[in-house]
Design a protein around this ligand. Structure first.
Ligand SMILES: [Mg+2]
Length: 358
């Protein structure tokens, strides 16, 4: 593939991967790994205990209503809505403009009443305050949820084709943008740095494995994001809550699990996989480090491990999608995904925006 087409395929793959992981994981949200294995032991003949394709909406537990019972097969949720909204803002403004991102966040929230139910607590509270006219620098609450990291991939894509910044300028700008996007909903250093780490991971993969065309090197990848997480923590100069653990220690723990070839079950036990960003991103990075060259298996393992399955799917889907490109995503997943053509279009336009940035 000509290099430019390959890069464009990676941009599109990042957004489609997010949508695919989100939609595959949606109906499994909050189940545990054990519950998923038991529930689907009879549902899936080809691979008992695992969900390998989009599900029809179903009520999992009698008497327990779930917001997603109104969702259709292949429909995506807040994670992909947030990613598309952020991508469209960057395309429109040709830069990362927190004022516009905040405006679009509100519009996106109110445009779909069914999807609205999938939005997390911090983002919902932020939106309500933004809609009431408060400035985005004041609307975030002290939450370390994964509402920032799940939607941040367009920022990493945008910077990945910028070659005019020095390393110091790049770090400062990336951290500042991720911080602004975070604090409108999550005023918390773990949430801010989670967005920085995912953006850097996306940027790293485009520069080294897509443009640079090197084979993916798991050691170099983790060393890079560990090192960056330390800088991001410092640069974010956080004046709000700054609880431990810090991301560099968490990422070292993830890297150790990958190096020791830990099982997915062991990693869930050690890291967790719930909506807390230190669990959700850490577990997603573990799965990505364990299955970097097998997009399908990586996404299946991630969403079938329980916890915040749709957001973990969205995070890992973006990572696998950027590395392997949209062409590597199984056709059955692309064909079944809501708004597939629109998502591809946003990915393509984001590519041209990133390529032509000043
Ligand atoms: Mg969701």
């Amino acid at each position: 593939m000509i290099e430019q087409n390959k890069i464009k395929d990676s941009f599109v793959g990042t957004l489609v991967g997010c949508g695919v992981g989100d939609s595959l994981g949606l109906f499994l949200e909050t189940m545990s790994l054990e519950q998923i294995r038991t529930t689907f032991s009879i549902f899936n003949n080809s691979r008992p205990g695992f969900v390998t394709d989009y599900l029809e909406p179903f009520e999992r537990v009698a008497g327990e209503p779930h917001y997603f019972s109104k969702f259709k097969r292949g429909e995506y949720s807040d994670d992909t809505q947030g990613t598309i909204s952020l991508g469209e803002s960057i395309i429109y403004n040709k830069e990362i403009d927190p004022n516009d991102i905040a405006r679009r966040l509100v519009t996106t929230f109110y445009e779909n009443e069914i999807k609205q139910k999938s939005w997390g607590k911090a983002v919902t509270q932020g939106v309500v305050r933004l809609a009431a006219g408060e400035h985005w620098t004041k609307t975030g609450i002290d939450s370390a949820g994964n509402g920032v990291v799940m939607k941040i991939s367009p920022v990493g894509l945008f910077y990945s084709l910028n070659n005019s910044l020095s390393a110091t300028e790049f770090n400062e700008k990336l951290v500042n943008d991720c911080k602004n996007i975070s604090i409108m909903t999550h005023r918390n250093s773990q949430a801010v740095v989670s967005g920085c780490v995912q953006s850097k991971a996306i940027d790293y993969i485009i520069r080294n494995n897509v443009v640079g065309n090197y084979k993916f090197d798991v050691d170099d990848f983790f060393n890079n994001i560990i090192d960056f997480s330390k800088k991001a923590h410092y640069l974010s100069g956080f004046s709000g809550t700054d609880p431990e653990p810090y991301w560099d220690d968490k990422l070292k723990q993830v890297y150790d699990l990958v190096k020791s070839d830990a099982s997915v079950e062991d990693a869930v036990g050690e890291l967790g996989s719930k909506a807390y960003c230190m669990e959700s991103l850490a577990f997603s990075l573990f799965c990505f480090g364990k299955y970097p060259s097998d997009l399908e298996e990586c996404i299946i393992q991630t969403v079938n491990a329980g916890g915040d399955t749709d957001s973990n799917g969205a995070i890992v889907g973006a990572l696998c999608g950027v590395l392997q490109g949209n062409s590597a995503i199984p056709l059955r997943w692309k064909e079944g995904l809501e708004d597939y053509d629109k998502i591809c279009d946003v990915g393509e336009q984001l590519y041209f925006t990133a390529l032509n940035q000043k």
